[in-house]
Structures are given as structure tokens and as C-alpha cells.
Design a protein around this ligand. Structure first.
Ligand code: SF4
Length: 197
């Protein structure tokens, strides 16, 4: 693993900078390929992630893995992380203060990996990274902010009890990897929204 990512990981494991450190079992640093073209960003660790210290290892993680498989992408080839690295009690949405304190780690992960696209998984990541809301209205879109491309889709947890949303997640992920291929081949891709700088 890259030394710089290893340093971020070690800092996350030791971190006690917000209240979530008091109730977690384990911190959950990002995991995956630090040379990935894409960084997936979810909301926060859940129960299974808290127990194992790894992101997206529960049912939602299985849904994400299935969507990746469908797009012919191996999970170990991408990088997966969350807005906050410690589980909020009873899986509540992380508070703004917690997100603000934890964002230093996500920033470091992104600056080391320099992904072509950041894939936003769900409303909390959408709100934290782009100030957005109503993910279902905006999903499937590519946007650009300060030179960084973002692809917006739903959180895999939303698909657990909804077969229709599984199709949505799968088609969004496939679309995003198609766009990454286009970018790597030097073709222009459609940007659905460009944030003013
Ligand atoms: S959520 Fe982030 S800021 Fe809070 S203790 Fe965990 S690693 Fe530190």
C-alpha cells in the first residue's frame, strides 16, 4: 500500500477528534486501490463496518460489489471510503460538526489518489461534498466542481429492500465506468452541471 495512504489510515485508526470516537468499536479508514480512477464515498460505517474496521462489508457493501461485478470491475481495483470514518450511534446521520471534523481525512485520501471521478453514494455524501439534496432527482449525473468530476448515485443501502433501485444503482455504476473509459481515451464527456467557481 502507498505510504501516504497508510499514514492517513493510521491517523484515522487513532483519531479521537470528534464524539463518534467514544461510541465506535473500530474506526473505518478507506480501503482499496490507491491508484484507482474512482473513489466511492458513502455516508458512514454501519454495524458490520464498525465491528470489522472495513468499509462496506455489510449488506450494502454486497450490493455495491454486485454493481461493480455487473460493470466488470473488481472491488479491489477501486477505492471505497465514507464521509465520516466512525459509526454514528444507531446509524443516525452524522452531524455537521462530525462531518466537518472528519473531512480532513477524505481530503487527504482524494489528494493522494487523485481520482478521475469521485462517486457520490447517497444524500449525505451529496450534501457534504456538493451541498446537494434530493439524490433521486440528481442521480445518474456527472458534475464538475473546482476542476474535479463527480458522479452522483444512490446509496447501496437504499437498494436493500427495493428491487427497482438495484437496477438504478447498477445502471448508474455501469454508466460511470463507461464515462471513465471515454475520459481515458481522450474523448469529451457530457458534464451535466458545472459549479461556478
Ligand atoms: S469520525 Fe472522523 S473525526 Fe470523528 S473520531 Fe472518527 S475519524 Fe476522527
Amino acid at each position: 500500500m502507498d505510504g501516504k495512504i497508510e499514514t492517513v489510515r493510521a491517523k484515522v485508526i487513532e483519531c479521537t477528534e470528534c464524539e463518534l470516537s467514544k461510541t465506535r468499536t473500530n474506526s473505518v479508514p478507506g480501503k482499496g486501490n490507491f491508484k484507482s480512477d474512482v473513489v466511492f464515498v458513502g455516508e458512514a460505517p454501519g454495524r458490520n463496518e464498525d465491528l470489522h474496521g472495513e468499509p462496506f462489508v455489510g449488506i450494502a457493501g454486497k450490493k455495491l460489489s454486485e454493481a461493480l461485478e455487473e460493470a466488470n470491475v473488481r472491488r479491489e481495483d477501486v477505492y471505497i471510503t465514507n464521509i465520516v470514518k466512525c459509526r454514528p450511534p444507531k446509524n443516525r446521520v452524522p452531524k455537521t460538526s462530525e462531518r466537518d471534523t472528519c473531512k480532513q481525512y477524505l481530503k487527504q485520501e482524494i489528494s493522494i489518489i487523485k481520482p478521475k471521478i469521485i462517486c457520490i453514494l447517497g444524500n449525505t455524501a451529496f450534501n457534504s461534498l456538493l451541498g446537494g439534496s434530493e439524490i433521486t432527482k440528481h442521480r445518474g449525473r456527472m458534475v464538475r466542481k473546482e476542476g474535479q468530476l463527480y458522479f452522483i448515485t444512490i446509496h447501496p443501502a437504499a437498494t436493500i429492500y427495493n428491487q427497482e433501485l438495484i437496477k438504478v444503482l447498477r445502471s448508474d455504476i455501469a454508466k460511470m465506468f463507461h464515462l471513465i473509459t471515454e475520459i481515458k481515451e481522450g474523448r469529451d464527456v457530457q458534464i451535466d452541471f458545472d459549479y461556478p467557481s
